[in-house]
Ligand binder design. Structure first.
Ligand SMILES: [Zn+2]
Length: 81
């Protein structure tokens, strides 16, 4: 078994039911046009437990997004102290 020198960072990206195309830094890219949920690579559920199904996976956009975010996902991915 390989021993990692440090734990991999948990990375959440945005999934959403609707996207639109926006110009970001001169490129046209899909951005959320509905509430953004959080998903991890390899999972078929969002952080709030919804099946992702046909939702668009925006691997380039880290959760939380600049737009509207799912409150349950926010609570799930925010480390508690
Ligand atoms: Zn959610």
């Amino acid at each position: 078994m390989r021993t990692a020198t440090h734990a991999p960072r948990i990375y959440w990206f945005v999934v959403c039911s609707h996207t639109r195309i926006a110009r970001v830094d001169g490129a046209y890219v899909p951005v959320p046009d509905s509430v953004a949920h959080a998903k991890q690579m390899g999972s078929s559920l969002t952080a709030c437990g919804k099946p992702v199904g046909t939702w668009t996976r925006l691997f380039e956009i880290a959760f939380p997004s600049d737009g509207e975010n799912c409150a349950d996902c926010l609570a799930a991915v925010t480390p508690r102290r």
